[in-house]
Design a protein around this ligand. Sequence first.
Ligand code: MIG
Length: 799
Amino acid sequence: MITNTELEYKGNLFPSQITSHKKEVDKITFYTKNNVALQISFLRDSVLRFRYAAEQDFETDFSYAICDDATYGYNYLGIEEKEDHFTMHTSKLEVRVSKKDLRLAILDLDGNILNEDELGFHWEESYHYGGNIVKMSKFSQESESFYGMGDKPSQLNLRGKRIENWVTDQFAYSKDQDPLYKSVPFYIGMHHDTAYGIFFDNTFKTHFDFCNERRNITSFWADGGEMNYYFIYGPSVAEVVVGYTDLTGKPELPPLWTLGFHQCKWSYYPESKVKEVTNKFRELQIPCDAIYLDIDYMDGFRCFTWNKDYFPDPKRMVAELAEDGFKTIVIIDPGIKIDKDYWVYKEAVENDYFCKRADGPYMKGKVWPGECNFPDFTNPKVREWWSGLYKELIADIGVKGVWNDMNEPAVMEVPGKTFPDDVRHNYEGNFCSHRKAHNIYGMQMARATYEGLKKYSFPKRPFVITRAAYSGTQRYTSSWTGDNVATWEHLWIANVQVLRMAMSGMSFTGSDIGGFAEQPSGELFARWIQLGVFHPFCRVHSSGDHGNQEPWSFDDEVTNITRKFIELRYQLLPYLYTMFYDYTENGIPMLKSLVYFDQEDPHTHYRNDEFIFGNQILVCPILEPNSKGRRMYIPRGNWYNYWGGEVSKGGKECWVEADIDKIPIFIKEGAIIPKYPVQQYVGEKEIEELTLDVYYKLGKEESNVFEDAGDGYDYKKGRYSLRTFKLTGKENQLIIQQFKEGKYETPYDCFKINLIGLPFKIHAVEIDNVEILMEEVMINGDGNMTIQKEFTQLHIKGF
Ligand code: MIG
C-alpha cells in the first residue's frame, strides 16, 4: 500500500482532522484543521452528493448535467458522533466520516460496505493553471465489476481498465481506443450482488482507473474543478441507472418516424441523386423514413445556406420527399466560415458571439469551410441566437431533423485536434477556459439546436442527432457513435458502445450501420443491419469514398435480408415506442445488457454481446463471417426461439443456429409482443389492427403497449393509450387481462391474436365472462383469433 508520506512527497495534499461541522436542512459540512471542507447533501435516501473544497471556498454551484426536475426527497437527517468518526443515516444508507482525515465509508443498513475510501480525497496544486488537480481513491471490493462510462469501445465490464474523458473526434477509432466522442463520467460498481453508481460531475478532463494501476483500488481524478460526485445506491443495477437518469434527465418522446429506418451518406447530392435513392427504396419496397444531407448541400460549407447548383429549390424538394414519406435531415457544424459577406458570420461578429483566445482574438481554426470562428454555445445569448438560425430550415423549408457534427469541437491540422486550452468561454456567466468547457461544448451546441427545432417544429416534435456529448445530453438529442470502420471487429464495438450508452442514460444511440470508413462485404452489411434494427437509432451511413452502401449495393440476397429486417423493425414499432416511453417516463434504458437484466447470475457479469431489447426480446449479434450460428448465453428463464418456436431454458451457454438470414432472437415466455403491419414509412397506412403475439407461459407475465398520435404534444395532456396486459397461463387455460390508461383512441378496433406455444387445444373462449362462438373470433385452427380491442378479460379454455 502506498503511504500518505510517499504521496505527499509527490506533491499530494490531504485533509487533516475534523475541527467542526455544520448541519443545514439536507446538508452537513465538515471542516478540517487545514481548511478542507466536505459537504454531504442528502438528495434522496439513496442519492448522496459529496463536494470537497480544498483550502478555499466552494465554487459557485452550477452544473450542465444535472437537470432541473431531478427528484429530491425529504430525509430525516441525523448525525451522531462516535469515537473516531461521525455517522449519518438515511432510510437506506449509512455514511461514516473519519475524524482523522475525512475518509468516507458508505454502508447499507445491514452494515455491509458498499464503497470505502482508500486515500479518499487528495489533491495537487496546479501552479500553471491555478486551482487543483482533484483526486479520489477507493478500495475495490472483492470481485467488483464496473460498467457505464458512455461510449468506451471496450468490454462492458471495465475492471482492469484506465480511461480518460476528453471529447475527441477520433476518425476510424479502434477497439479500446480512448477517449472518443463522449464524456460520461458515470460508472456503476457492483459486488456481492449489490450495485451503486458514482457520477463525478466535473467537466474538465477526467480520469478513471478501475483496478488497473493497483489491483484493488479504483480512483478518479480531474485536471481542475471540484471533487464533486454523486453516490447512487442500487441495490440493483437498474435502480442505479434509473437514479442517474433521474439526476441527468430524460428526453421527451421523439416523433415515431425517428424510430424507423434512416439512410445517410457523405454525401447525397445533387437533388437528382437524392431522389434516385429515395425512389429506389420505394421501388424495392424497403421501408425508410429519413434521408440525410451531409455537408455538400451547403454553399461552400457555410451553415444555414444551400448550394443552389445542387439544390435549386430546397423547399420544393423537401416537400416532394415528404410527399413520398421521407423526412429530410441536414447536417450543421459549429464552425462558421470567416466571410464578411456571410450573414451568419456578420451577425456573430456584430454581437460578439464567437469564442476568444486568452488575449482577445477570436478562436480561429480550420474546418470544412476553411478558416472558421466558433460560436460560444456556453453563452445563453449565443444559444438563443443559434436556435433562431433554424427558422428558415425548419419553419420555411420543412426540414425535419438536424444532425450536429464536429462539435467536440473538431479542428483540422492542429495538435490535439481541438481548441487550445486558453480559449475563453462564458459557461453561463462562470467564465472559464476551454479546459473546463471542452467536454460540454458539443452538448451546448446540440442543446441550442434542439431549442431551435422545438420552437420551429411546433406543434410537432423536434429531432436532433449529435456526435459529441456530456452527461445529460440525452435531454436534448439522440446520438451516433462516430466514424467507425467496416470491419467485423467494429460490429462488436458498435454493439458494446450502444449497450454502454444505454446503461449511461443515453439510450437513443446507434452506429453507422455497415461502417463509415472502408467498404463492408455484403455479408458484413447484412449482419450489421440485423443488429442495427435492434439499436434504438437505426441509420446506415458511410463516408462514400469507397462505393455505395445502400441496401441494394450488394447482391439480391443482401437486399432481401435488409428488407426482411427493416420490415421486422417496422412491425415492432409499437414495441419500440413502448420501450422509448418507458425510457422517457421512468429512465429505464431501452437496451439492457445481461448484467442489468440478471445481476444475481454471475455468468452475466462479463457478457458483452447478448442484450434484452426492451424487456422481453433477447438478441445476440453474429460477429463472424461464414457463421451458421454461434454460442451465446441465454439468461435465466424460459425463452422461445423467435424463428422456431421451441423453448430454451436459460442459465446456460448454448449453440444457436443463425444462418445468414437470421440473427438469434428469443422471446421471453409469457410476453405479449405488439406489432404493426409493415409500412414503407411511419403513417403510410392507417393501422387497422394491432397484432399481439402471445407467448404462452405456465405462470404470469406482464406486457405493455404505449401508443399516441406519434407526434405532437397531445400525449402530455393525457391523449395516449397505455395498455397493460397481464397474462396468466395454467395447464389448460390462458387468461389475458387488459388494463387501459389514457384518453387516446387508437385507430384500430381489433387485436389479431397469435397464440404461440399453447400446450392445449382450444375448446372455448370467453370475453369478459361471456362465452363467444368460436366462428366469431375466427379461429383458423392455427391459434389465431381476431377480437375487439375493448376487453378486460380474455379467457381461453382448453380440453
Ligand atoms: O470530417 O460531414 O462523423 O458522419 O459524414 C468529417 C462529413 C466530417 C464526420 C462525421 C461523419 C460525416 C462527416 N464528418
